[in-house]
Design a protein. Structure first.
Length: 317
């Protein structure tokens, strides 16, 4: 006779339970703030508590510090090949840089007159950039212009080369969402379904879903249709390719949305003693979530991993 023992009552696919781990900073620093997470489990973030702050890649508890640069550094993205996009500004000007394979690549843009700005990057090496009021996609060889006016601001690019953002190109009095791909004309995401001028575009995934915010409500856009996913005080912030959405409320309290249900992440922790979750930054396709919180009263970054269902089959006499 077979007896089934459920070692952990949770379902990884539904993300009903999570284990939480503290993201320790580099030696000599007090805290590590995670910013981006990829499907390999690599995290890019900032180590704080010593001057100056230091950007590093975190993998399985080990840090790879990025070579220090003079000036203010802002991380803009991390792809699934562990390449990091960042902008650097100093009194001498600005640079838009990529870090890959342990080194900085030659600057995509460098200017003392205008601030170059990397916005995002994908796994194919395409980089979304803005310079001199022109937004473009760099493919490793040349720039493909999206719009040469200051009316358009791109937000993200996915692995199909789809770009989304906001624009006033169609009507200077209206800020609308847009999509663009492979040299085509900019297309409006459209109004209606409770959406009007003034929306904010937040995230884009590889399925072509776009997360937007309008009038204190969060919507998921796909193929011209908007679906309401959260209302104030809940604000969606990030999503993965599986349709899992994370966010926070006006008073922090991070949550996850799966199949339309909003659940505070704190309720799903299997080992959350001494933790107060404060914010979330990203979720990957494995369901891993990064963010920051308070552990025993001290600020720390965290990594949540779905608890898996362990089924043990034993033979009974």
């Amino acid at each position: 006779m077979l007896t089934i023992f459920l070692a952990v009552i949770a379902t990884a696919n539904l993300g009903q339970s999570y284990s939480i781990g503290k993201l320790e900073p580099m030696v000599g620093y007090r805290s590590f703030t995670p910013l981006h997470l990829n499907n390999r489990g690599t995290i890019v973030g900032v180590n704080s508590g010593s001057s100056p702050d230091r950007i590093s890649l975190w993998r399985d508890g080990l840090h790879e510090p990025l070579p220090d640069l003079a000036g203010d550094q802002i991380v803009k993205g991390l792809n699934n090949k562990d390449a990091v996009a960042l902008n650097v500004w100093s009194s001498a000007g600005g640079e838009a840089l990529l870090y890959a394979d342990g080194r900085y690549l030659p600057p995509l843009l460098s200017t003392s007159r205008a601030s170059p700005n990397i916005v995002d990057l994908n796994d194919s090496g395409q980089v979304l950039v803005i310079a001199n009021n022109t937004c473009s996609v760099w493919d490793g060889h040349r720039y493909h212009p999206i719009d040469a006016t200051d009316l358009t601001y791109p937000i993200a690019i996915n692995n199909s080369g789809l770009v989304c953002g906001v624009t006033r190109l169609f009507d200077p009095a209206k800020q609308l969402g847009f999509t663009w791909q492979n040299g085509e004309e900019i297309k409006p995401m459209g109004e209606g379904q409770g959406i009007g001028s003034g929306l904010s575009v937040l995230r884009l995934n590889d399925v072509g879903q776009i997360l937007v915010e309008y009038n204190e409500k969060s919507y998921l856009w796909q193929k011209g249709q908007y679906q309401l996913v959260a209302s104030a005080p809940h604000q969606a912030w990030a999503m993965n390719n599986r349709g899992q959405i994370i966010g926070h409320t006006n008073s922090a309290d991070p949550f996850i949305i799966i199949e339309g249900q909003i659940t505070p992440l704190a309720r799903l922790l299997t080992n959350g003693e001494n933790w107060v979750l404060q914010s979330v930054a990203a979720i990957n396709d494995n369901g891993w979530i990064i963010g920051t919180g308070s552990w025993n009263g001290q600020r720390h970054g965290f990594l949540l991993k779905p608890v898996r269902l362990n089924v043990l089959l034993t033979e009974s006499p």
